[in-house]
Ligand binder design. Structure first.
Ligand code: ADP
Ligand code: MG
Length: 421
C-alpha cells in the first residue's frame, strides 16, 4: 500500500498541504480542513465529522496555527489514518472554498511580480524609481506638470493603508467614486493625491446652481462675436486636469448624461451644441465623484435631503469606495500634526475619543448631526486660542446643531473633560 498523500513537502509549495484530510469512522467520517490563515505564515485548521444520517456535520474545532505546528499535526493525522482529499470532497462547496484563496494568492503575486518587472525595465536606465513619479502610500503615481490648480500639500494629511487601493485605481485611470458622510475626507483624499503628484484639480459641486452649461459649455456673445466657452468637463479633459464631481447624487439628469459618455477610460465627449465637436481625454485627465447617500450609504438618505438614488448601471461604471471617518488613533495623529506644536498628544487623544463617541451616538441615531474631522480640527484650534473647550464648542459645534444635539454633545464632552478646578 502506498503511503497516504499527506507527507510534508519540504521544498515544494507549502500550499500542497492545504486541503481536506479525512478518515472513515464507524458513523461516517471525521475530517480536518487546512486553509490559509488571515495572517502570513499561518494556517486555519477546522475539524468536523460527517455522519451517515445527517451528511456534513458542523465544525467543532476552529483554530489558527503556524507552519511548525501544522507540520506536527500532519504527522499526527498520518499516524491516525487521515488521508488528503484533493478533488472530490463530501461537501460540494469545499474544494473550491479550499482551493480558491491559495490559487488567487499565487495569481495575484504573479501579477504584482509582472508589474514590478515592467516598471523595472521601464525605469532601468534611470535607476530605481523613475524621477517623474511620487510615492503615495505604497503606490507610485506619475507626476503632472505644474499648474495653478495644483492643490496645496497638507503635511498633516494621513494616508492609511486602506487608501492604497484607491490610489492604485487612480493610477490605472479608473473612475473612482467616494461615498461617505460629510467631512469623512472624500474630497481631501483626491486633492492630497493630486497635491503630491502635481495634478491640477477642478471641482464642480452638484448641490448648488451647477447647470449643464457650466458643466459642458455654452455659447456667448463678446464684442459682437459669438464664442464657445468650455465647461468644466471639456476643460479638464483637454488640459489633463482631475475633475471632482462633488455630491453627484444631486446632479441633474442632463449632467449625468454628459458624464456617462466619458466614464470609459478613453471615452470621448461629443459637444452637441458645438456642431458635435469631439473632445478626446488628455492622458492625465481623471474623473472622480463624491456622494453622501449613494449605494451602501443609502440608509442615511434621510440626512441628505434631496439626494437622488443613482441606478446600479450608472454605479457599475465606477469603483465605489466607502470612506469612513478616521479611527481615533489616526485622528489623534492628524490633530497633533495639524496643530503642532501646541496640540499635545494627551489632549488630542481625548478630543479624538469625544469625536468617536459623537459618531457612535450618530450611528445609533441619538444624534442627528455627523461629527466631521473638519469640525474637530476647528474646535481644537479655537480651544487652544480660548483655553476653554466649552466656549470654543459654541461657534465650532453647538451653534451648528439642534439644541437637543448640542445638549447631548455637551454631555459627551463633560464625560471626557472634567471641569477646571
Ligand atoms: N486622512 C486625513 N488626514 C488628515 N486630515 C483629514 C483626513 N481626512 C479628512 N481630513 C480633514 O477633514 C476635512 C474634511 O474632509 P473633506 O475631504 O472635506 O470631507 P468630505 O469631502 O468627505 O466632506 C479635511 O479638510 C481635512 O482637514
Ligand atoms: Mg467634500
Amino acid at each position: 500500500m502506498s503511503a497516504p498523500d499527506l507527507i510534508e513537502h519540504e521544498d515544494g509549495n507549502k500550499d500542497d498541504n492545504l486541503g481536506l484530510y479525512r478518515r472513515a469512522t464507524q458513523d461516517g467520517a471525521e475530517w480536518w480542513r487546512v486553509s490559509v490563515g488571515d495572517r502570513p505564515e499561518t494556517y486555519r485548521l477546522e475539524h468536523g465529522a460527517d455522519d451517515h444520517d445527517n451528511g456534513a456535520g458542523t465544525v467543532d474545532i476552529d483554530l489558527v496555527v503556524d507552519a511548525e505546528n501544522l507540520r506536527a499535526k500532519l504527522k499526527k493525522w498520518r499516524r491516525e489514518g487521515f488521508a488528503i482529499e484533493r478533488e472530490v470532497a463530501h461537501d460540494a462547496d469545499a474544494p473550491t472554498r479550499i482551493a480558491f484563496m491559495p490559487e488567487l494568492q499565487r495569481a495575484s503575486a504573479r501579477m504584482l511580480a509582472a508589474e514590478l518587472h515592467d516598471a523595472g525595465t521601464a525605469g532601468a536606465a534611470l535607476g530605481d524609481a523613475a524621477p517623474d513619479t511620487v510615492r503615495v502610500g505604497n503606490v507610485d503615481v506619475r507626476c503632472g506638470a505644474a499648474h495653478p490648480l495644483v492643490p496645496r500639500v497638507n503635511p498633516a494629511y494621513l494616508f492609511p493603508a486602506r487608501f492604497n487601493d484607491i490610489v492604485a485605481d487612480i493610477v490605472e485611470n479608473r473612475r473612482v467614486m467616494l461615498i461617505g458622510h460629510t467631512g469623512a475626507g472624500k474630497t481631501s483624499l483626491i486633492e492630497q493625491v493630486a497635491a503630491r503628484s502635481q495634478h491640477g484639480v477642478l471641482r464642480s459641486n452638484m448641490n448648488g446652481q451647477t447647470t449643464v452649461g457650466d458643466f459642458v459649455g455654452f455659447w456667448t456673445v463678446k464684442g459682437g462675436e459669438t464664442l464657445w466657452v468650455d465647461g468644466v468637463l471639456p476643460t479638464a479633459m483637454r488640459e489633463g486636469l482631475w475633475l471632482i464631481v462633488d455630491e453627484i447624487d444631486f446632479a441633474e439628469p442632463s449632467i449625468l448624461a454628459a458624464l456617462t459618455a466619458v466614464l470609459e477610460p478613453r471615452g470621448r465627449l461629443v459637444l452637441k451644441e458645438k456642431g458635435n465637436e469631439i473632445v478626446a481625454p488628455h492622458p492625465a485627465f481623471r474623473l472622480f465623484a463624491t456622494a453622501n447617500a449613494v449605494g451602501a450609504m443609502s440608509q442615511f438618505r434621510h440626512l441628505y435631503q434631496g439626494a437622488n438614488l443613482m441606478n446600479e448601471a450608472f454605479l457599475d461604471r465606477w469603483r465605489v469606495y466607502l470612506l469612513d471617518y478616521l479611527l481615533p488613533a489616526e485622528e489623534t495623529d492628524v490633530l497633533v500634526g495639524t496643530l503642532a506644536p501646541h496640540m499635545t498628544r494627551p489632549l488630542a487623544a481625548t478630543l479624538a475619543a469625544i469625536a468617536a463617541d459623537c459618531r457612535a451616538a450618530f450611528a445609533r441615531e441619538d444624534l442627528s448631526s455627523a461629527f466631521s474631522t473638519r469640525r474637530l480640527l476647528d474646535w481644537a484650534e479655537l480651544m487652544l486660542r480660548t483655553g476653554d473647550p466649552e466656549r470654543a464648542a459654541g461657534p465650532a459645534i453647538y451653534a451648528k446643531v439642534s439644541p437637543e444635539d448640542a445638549a447631548l454633545i455637551r454631555g459627551i464632552i463633560r464625560h471626557h473633560i472634567a471641569p477646571a478646578a
